[in-house]
Design a protein. Structure first.
Length: 254
């Protein structure tokens, strides 16, 4: 059962799910500038910490983690969205996200999504004017929840290896993918933090979707600890064969 963090506190007024409310988003110029500059840490000690040390992107815990194990893949180049990245880079970073997701796949369902803004300060990207792909571990299929919505927007199936290829360049968009499927939409009435709203609703906390008001710090820290544990386990697995080899070639004592 997902935890929403007992010590989470609200930073502002209560909100219900609505279709559009631009006041939810305060523009934060280049929030991930530290990533583009090639650094491993940023100003927020809880979330601005690169967990992966990849040359082309940082993997960071997401502020406002409504559920545990919520991460962002942030490219180390300036871009408003993944659609603006070169095809080779966005494919590579999607594969990076899927590789990380596979470490959780025995017990949870990895999902990948983006709120893609077309312009600086877009309400869709919620003022974070830097491309970032969400990687979240859920116990249900988010694509199914999205398609079950009664909204009027059309969702289009896309190539799962490069789902951004056919998204119009001048439009805001939502994109969600699993390991096998991807869909996208260009909303007629863009909503801030669309997927966060839906995940919060399914989690039973429909008023706690806004990461600026509900940081969900407990879940952020859980996600960091679990990522570190998986890294240690992976390193130990890599070292075990080498240790066995050393034992096998060790000369017998005389």
């Amino acid at each position: 059962m997902w935890s929403v963090g007992d010590s989470n506190h609200k930073l502002g007024r209560s909100m219900s799910i609505v279709t559009e409310e631009k006041s939810d988003c305060l523009v934060t110029p280049r929030r991930f500038e530290w990533v583009v500059q090639g650094k491993s840490f940023g100003p927020d000690p809880a979330c601005d910490h690169d967990l992966w040390s990849h040359s082309r992107a940082a993997v960071v815990p997401s502020l406002g983690a409504i559920v545990p194990y919520w991460y962002l893949v942030v490219p180390r180049v300036h871009a408003l969205s993944f659609r603006q990245l070169q095809q080779g880079l966005r494919r590579e970073l999607l594969q990076l996200a899927r590789g990380i997701g596979s470490r959780f796949a025995e017990r949870l369902i990895p999902v990948y999504f983006e709120h893609g803004g077309a312009t600086t300060g877009s309400s869709v990207s919620c003022g974070t004017d830097q491309a970032h792909l969400h990687l979240v571990m859920l116990n249900y299929h988010l694509i199914d929840k999205v398609l079950a919505q009664n909204g009027g927007d059309r969702w289009i199936d896309a190539d799962a290896s490069d789902p951004w290829a056919n998204i119009p360049g001048e439009r805001d968009y939502y994109l969600v993918a699993s390991d096998e499927r991807a869909i996208w939409s260009t909303p007629s009435s863009p909503a801030s933090q669309f997927f966060r709203r839906l995940i919060a609703e399914v989690a039973g906390v429909p008023d706690r979707w806004n990461y600026r008001e509900w940081p969900h710090t407990d879940n952020v820290l859980i996600g960091r600890r679990e990522f570190d544990r998986l890294q240690r386990d992976a390193l130990a697995s890599e070292l075990r064969p080498a240790r066995r080899t050393l034992l096998e070639v060790r000369p017998a004592s005389t």
